[in-house]
Design a protein around this ligand. Structure first.
Ligand code: SF4
Ligand code: ZN
Length: 128
């Protein structure tokens, strides 16, 4: 897996963990509902149409999440976002760099073109 995508996945997971611990006090790492959210975000990240150029979901023009999970992740972000700055400043900086990169990328290229390039890149990767 691409390192950038790996960081994205673990950052989202960390944010859900902070939220779950404070709001649901789970016996295990996550409560049942947050575990489902982790699995959903993992799946969406793995299948992201932007591939290794995956932007931050919060600044994504597509937003592929279903409404129920979109609302859930927004709540998690609102709660855990400011806390992440203290708990994991490095990850927070990487996240903001990704948001910045997304805006720059979308300014220079259309979403359609990015997806097309990514699809072609994947085809080449499979061939080799
Ligand atoms: S919301 Fe956007 S960036 Fe996030 S997984 Fe879906 S398509 Fe990719
Ligand atoms: Zn929870």
């Amino acid at each position: 897996m691409n390192k950038h995508v790996e960081i994205e996945k673990s950052t989202i997971k960390k944010m859900i963990k902070i939220y779950c611990k404070a709001k649901h006090n789970p016996a295990n790492e996550f409560c049942e509902s947050c575990q489902k959210l982790v699995e959903y975000t993992d799946l969406k990240t793995d299948k992201c149409v932007f591939g290794d150029l995956k932007p931050a979901c919060s600044s994504c023009p597509i937003h592929c999440y279903s409404k129920i999970y979109r609302d859930k992740i927004k709540e998690v972000m609102r709660f855990s976002g400011p806390r992440m700055l203290y708990i994991s400043p490095r990850r927070t900086i990487l996240h903001f760099l990704n948001v910045f990169h997304t805006k720059k990328m979308l300014k220079n290229k259309s979403v359609k073109d990015i997806i097309k390039t990514q699809k072609e890149k994947n085809k080449i990767n499979i061939t080799f």
